[in-house]
Design a protein around this ligand. Structure first.
Ligand code: ADP
Length: 741
């Protein structure tokens, strides 16, 4: 406990509520307790800190149990005028010191974090005043001489610099996508136009990402208004062209802060009128409003906020009076910290740039991947592709799915087909994986052939897990020659990677394979090398979390332990992340193995927990965790030996994990990766020895790894990468589960 000698950690939620705040609260309290600190929750935001009394409550392990699945914040949030005054902050300081609290986690937006920073800066002065007024003793003041603070950003808008995602933004995207998907089906039945308004006063993240995720026809964001004087005419032109091309409906998504080039707000009413006049279509408006804040948090907003809460307490433990206050967020797919006030200032700079109509600066401040997504979105929603450049080389690029179906495969195919076509190339869809390719099932895919694919689960092209035989290889080579395929994009899982590897290895024997080949990871198990995440895993995780929510609701009435078996083959990713997201007491994965001693120890701890009043136990087991200690065996053992204290039920989730429409995250990821794959194929096609690679996201960066490295990076028998970064999260999962487990 270097530096600050903190004794008690307090946490408060402030400003607008966001889904995932509860998971953060749980993690903060439990991490603090784990480190032997007292944990306090301050109810009703800063108001509770100013008013004190019953609004500052000591928390124990159980007081934050069973809250991860709940939206909002169980400790309440408020806006507090008093905290903006010196008087208010003096009272707040008094209340903290009398509870021996000198470490604070504030979960809120930029306003709340600004307030927290000010409070910290004033802290010594506030304590001196309290001593002078005889409110506290000099010893008390000395004991709490420094206030350590750390911020977590709770904001559904994803509007904060210093973190790639804010707490609640992923869930808000879920709510928007659910609504837009639902509206889309009625819109297309009636050939109507819909205008959907989403939140975001100064941030277009939700509008832009939901437009990408739902395949909308047009979107409007505050940072980058349409770059024409007459946006109305442009909108009508685009939607008309879309109808002409075959769209049965038109969907426009606008952020609440949308505006034109001159800074004049664009309202949903205006957009409706423009469409009705221009297209003569009946147009409906849906303002999603607070729906976006509501409902159960997504899997990401549960497991990631858990990691953030854990990291926040670590930051407090390491804080020194000299170290600037930090905000903890996610950067490059990892928990990271950034100086709090710098992040607040950058966030405010975006708002200032928008107010000054300096849209270029606003986009620059948002950063590279925001701009990249913007460009991709503009292309995807074109009614028709650009005409090929005169005299340009028009490549013939094949796209296929391979391996088990994963949500997001269709989204990736759609993006690849449209982005490739828009660059003047000819896109060829190959049906039923490599066996289909061997059988010559190749078809040209036009712009409209993928309409509606962004949101659809499964694989429209058809996928297959069979490895190509020697004879197949010959036939695949024939197909490549006959259809003059000049580049290949395989979107799929393990079988696809192995098959692509074979093609690369067989290049000396089959010159036809000497074309660029790129694999895009799409597998629910997240068991592919070269990428931290594969497309489809987020959907599967959300399917698991939703199922477990239901199971838990049912089980809570009795003293019962559920053993839930999840997919993953030999890869424990889904099991561990589901365990973090659902608050499982124990996770069994193949990477760790299971011994009888483990099972007996876990059984004793569960029994003890139930004896002390626990009503529900949850154990998650990866399907291949151990060949002998199967789900049946574990249930039988726990059932028999725990009989006096609790009963046991098993639940094998099975194929529901693979099903359903892709989550927004999977759709966005699929689109982003497909865009890069197409660029890569085009560039490699110019080379005499084109590469064979798999694309991935590693530490937030898009990377390409040689297919030749597959055997070095992955275990062919267990079909998983030899190094799996997510395994580092196991200790955190343990800290969050039953004490002692
Ligand atoms: P958000 O945190 O979501 O941006 P607000 O801007 O409304 O929400 O801030 C929430 C609360 O944080 C305010 O009601 C106030 O109590 C406190 N706060 C905000 N800005 C300041 C400030 N500059 N000084 C002190 N307290 C502030």
């Amino acid at each position: 406990m270097a530096g600050n000698q903190i004794k008690s950690v307090a946490v408060l939620t402030s400003g607008g509520d966001a889904q995932g705040m509860n998971a953060a609260l749980r993690a903060i309290v439990r991490t603090a307790l784990y480190h032997g600190l007292d944990a306090y929750a301050i109810y009703e935001g800063y108001q509770g800190m100013v008013d004190g009394g019953n609004l500052i409550r000591k928390m124990d392990w159980d007081s934050v149990g069973g809250i991860q699945h709940r939206g909002g914040t169980i400790i309440g949030t408020a806006r507090c005028a008093a905290f903006r005054t010196h008087e208010g902050r003096l009272k707040a300081a008094y209340n903290l010191v009398t509870h021996d609290i000198n470490a604070l986690v504030v979960i809120g937006g930029d306003g709340s974090l600004t307030g927290a920073n000010l409070f910290r800066q004033e802290w010594s002065q506030l304590l001196a005043e309290l001593v002078e007024q005889n409110e506290i003793t000099a010893e008390k003041a000395e004991a709490c001489a420094h206030l350590a603070i750390v911020g977590l950003v709770g904001s559904i808008d994803n509007d904060m610099a210093g973190t790639d995602m804010t707490i609640g933004a992923d869930t808000a995207l879920h709510r928007i996508a659910e609504a837009v998907d639902a509206i889309g089906s009625t819109a297309s039945s009636h050939q109507r136009a819909f205008v959907v308004e989403v939140m975001g006063r100064n941030c277009g993240y939700l509008a832009m990402m939901s437009a990408i995720a739902t395949g909308a026809d047009w979107f409007l964001i505050p940072e980058n208004p349409p770059d024409v004087d007459d946006w109305e005419a442009k909108l009508v032109e685009v939607l008309k062209a879309g109808r002409h091309a075959g769209n049965r409906d038109s969907m426009v998504i606008l952020a609440e802060g949308a505006r034109d080039r001159f800074g004049k707000p664009i309202t949903s009413e205006q957009v409706k009128t423009v469409i009705e006049k221009g297209l003569g279509d009946e147009t409906r408006i849906t303002i999603l409003g607070h729906v976006q804040r509501g409902g159960a948090p997504s899997a990401f907003d549960r497991y990631f906020t858990t990691l953030l809460g854990y990291a926040a307490v670590q930051e407090l433990l390491n804080a020194t009076p000299e170290r600037e206050a930090q905000v903890i967020g996610i950067r490059e797919n990892r928990v990271s910290s950034a100086p709090l006030m710098e992040s607040v200032k950058k966030t405010q700079a975006v708002a200032e740039a928008i107010a000054a109509h300096d849209y270029e600066r606003a986009m620059d401040l948002r950063g590279g991947s925001f701009k990249e997504s913007y460009r991709t979105a503009l292309t995807l929603m074109r009614a028709m592709p650009h005409e090929p450049e005169p005299g340009q080389r028009r490549l013939r690029l094949g796209v296929l799915n391979c391996g088990a179906p994963a949500a997001g495969m269709n989204t990736a195919v759609r993006a690849a087909v449209r982005l490739g076509t828009d660059k003047g190339h000819i896109m060829l869809g190959i049906r039923n994986g490599f066996p289909g390719m061997a059988a010559g099932q190749v078809q040209e895919m036009g712009w409209m052939s993928v309409a509606g694919w962004a949101t659809r689960g499964g694989s429209e092209l058809g996928t297959d897990r069979d490895m190509p035989t020697k004879a197949d290889l010959y036939r695949i080579a024939r197909t490549i020659e006959e259809h003059r395929i000049e580049g290949l994009l395989m979107i799929g899982g393990w079988a696809g990677y192995e098959a692509a590897y074979q093609l690369v290895k067989e290049r000396p024997n089959y010159p036809a394979f000497n074309i660029p080949i790129v694999c895009l990871p799409a597998a629910i198990d997240n068991n592919l090398p070269g990428s931290d995440l594969s497309v489809g895993a987020d959907t599967a995780l959300n399917n698991i979390v939703e199922a477990v929510d239901k199971i838990k609701q049912y089980a809570v009435a009795a003293q019962r332990c559920y053993v839930v078996e999840v997919m993953g083959r030999y890869c424990g990713y889904l099991a561990l992340m589901a365990g973090l997201a659902t608050g499982a007491e124990r996770v069994y994965i193949h990477e760790e193995g299971i011994t009888l001693a483990d099972l007996l120890a876990d059984l004793e701890l569960l029994k003890e927990g139930f004896r002390q009043g626990k009503r529900l136990g949850l154990v998650i087991r990866n399907e291949n965790a151990n060949p002998s200690y199967t789900t049946d065996v574990i249930c039988a053992l726990f059932g028999e030996e725990g009989r006096d204290v609790f009963d046991v039920r098993q639940n094998i989730l099975g194929h529901l994990q693979q099903g359903g429409d892709p989550t927004p995250f999977d759709r966005i990821q699929a689109t982003r990766l497909a865009a890069r794959c197409i660029e890569y194929l085009i560039a490699e096609a110019e080379k005499s020895e084109p590469a064979g690679v798999f694309i991935g996201l590693q530490s937030g960066k898009v990377t390409f790894t040689d297919l030749e490295d597959l055997p070095r990076l992955a275990d062919a028998v267990l079909q998983r990468p030899k190094t799996q970064k997510w395994l580092d999260l196991r200790p955190i999962a343990k800290i969050m589960s039953l004490p002692g487990l």
